[in-house]
Design a protein around this ligand. Structure first.
Ligand SMILES: Cc1ncc(C[n+]2csc(CCOP(=O)(O)OP(=O)(O)O)c2C)c(N)n1
Ligand SMILES: [Mg+2]
Length: 444
């Protein structure tokens, strides 16, 4: 039999050798930064769609950008949510409080009061305006950079600090990494470090809400880096197939620790544009414009609540600080990126808008900054009475093995006994006042 397959040499012919593209960020440490390549559409340019429109009609918004605040700090165009000045001031206050909280907790980590902290500097508008646009009892599946939602919903700051300090008043008993809050009564699902799980969970919760005939919708958050996970696509498929009442958010802050957004697909298209492939509505929003975030979230929430289907929202923003307290961004990106970022600072943009309306001024702003700093300081001091990292006032050691099973299984009982024995052997000085279960109860 003759082998009719082409020879390897014939296959090669004159074709160029195959090549891969490995993304490379434009700027590295020390580089001057120029964002003129970035296409930032004008505020007010994009028309607002009817909330009941066909999903495909939103296509221009997935490639463009919803922006409300213009260069003169005015609110312009069809997406202006026309909020009362008092609502704008409350939003500004919540954003400033979130920033003040971040600043103090960051310092707390540097002082050794906690092992870990993550700031959301530059991204405050996304979580805060989103919380204002949702109903208070809509369910949120957050990632670790949406502390603004918890603060906007009035969760006590002192409880947040207790969790960060893993102290004896920490409702999570020191079992979660600091900042991974859980607040069922605030509609705030336990933060999980397993990124992108938030989206299928949000879709599943939304489906359950619909099955029960409830009226509450769900929303979930991932970073642009996490959107490269398979979970993102599973969530989109389920949301589309069942027309789930859900709002899915991708926070595109350009960086995923030291990987730039190109590794998640940003060089090929926008993250919002992925909505089209699934046949769901998509919006791309100026994430540093609180009014645009509010308008887009409200649009998507109204649509979901009216059984018109899910929406994918990309919030275009910039992670102004390090990924976490364990990170040093000076090692991989240019320090000039932050100052050159063309969408500015979300807190100052909202403040300038209020000033332009004649509803705010520099003196009030300075007073607000002092007031929120004092509020956070008071909460932190209160929490410190319950202990800080490594100062003994934590939950008894043995509780680490409890609350998972109704009856502690024999193997866990053995592990618990062994762990407690080893602890006493290793740190006999901490055994004073020990209740035999590893609870030192004092300064250990
Ligand atoms: C499933 C999973 N993979 C990897 C990690 C490790 N990790 C923690 S944060 C992070 C970067 C995430 O970046 P992004 O999704 O853009 O969110 P951002 O930190 O920018 O808010 C990674 C890879 C993780 N926590 N979970
Ligand atoms: Mg990111």
């Amino acid at each position: 039999m003759v082998d009719e397959r082409p020879s390897r040499a014939a296959l090669r012919g004159n074709l160029p050798p195959l090549a891969l593209h490995v993304p490379e960020p434009r700027f590295r440490p020390g580089d001057r930064v120029d964002y003129s390549w970035l296409d930032i559409p004008e505020a007010g340019a994009l028309p607002r769609f009817d909330e009941a429109c066909e999903a495909r009609e939103t296509w221009p918004a997935t490639l463009g950008m919803i922006r409300v605040l213009d260069e003169e700090h005015r609110a312009v165009g069809g997406w202006d949510p026309r909020l009362e000045p008092e609502t704008l001031r409350r939003m500004l206050h919540t954003m400033a409080l979130t920033r003040a909280f971040d600043d103090r907790m960051y310092r707390g980590q540097r002082q050794g009061k906690t092992s870990f902290y993550m700031k959301c500097t530059g991204e405050e508008a996304i979580s805060v305006a989103c919380a204002y646009a949702l109903a208070g009892d809509d369910m949120v599946f957050p990632s670790y950079r949406q502390q603004g939602i918890l603060i906007a919903r009035g969760f006590p700051l002192v409880e947040m600090v207790n969790q960060i300090y893993s102290n004896r008043a920490d409702r999570l008993k020191g079992r979660q990494l600091p900042i991974m809050y859980s607040a069922r009564d605030y509609g705030f699902f336990t933060i999980s470090g397993n990124l992108a799980t938030q989206l299928p969970q949000a879709v599943g919760w939304a489906m359950a809400s619909a099955i029960k005939g409830d009226t509450r919708i769900a929303t979930g958050f991932v970073g642009e880096g996490s959107s490269a996970e398979g979970d993102f696509h599973a969530a989109m498929t389920f949301a589309a197939v069942y027309n789930a009442p859900v709002v899915l958010n991708v926070v595109n802050n350009q960086w995923a620790i030291s990987s730039f957004s190109g590794f998640a697909g940003a060089e090929r298209s926008t993250f919002a544009a992925r909505a089209a492939g699934y046949g769901i509505a998509g919006l791309r929003v100026d994430g540093n414009d609180a009014l645009a975030v509010y308008a887009a979230t409200r649009w998507a929430a109204n649509r979901a609540r009216a059984n018109q289907g899910p929406t994918l929202i990309e919030h275009f923003t910039y992670r102004a600080e390090g990924h976490s307290t364990s990170d040093d961004p000076a090692a991989y990106r240019s320090a000039h990126e932050r100052e050159e970022w063309p969408l500015g600072d979300p807190v100052m943009r909202l403040a300038r808008h209020l000033i332009q309306l004649g509803e705010w001024d520099d003196a009030r702003h300075a007073a607000m900054d002092r007031e929120v700093a004092e509020e956070v300081k008071a909460a932190a001091k209160e929490a410190e009475k319950n202990g800080v990292l490594g100062h003994g006032f934590h939950h008894p050691f043995h509780t680490m093995f409890e609350d998972v099973f109704e009856e502690l299984p024999w193997n866990l009982r053995e592990q618990a006994e062994q762990a407690i024995r080893e602890r006493v052997t290793k740190w006999p000085e901490r055994a004073g006042g020990n209740d035999g279960k590893g609870n030192t109860g004092g300064a250990a």
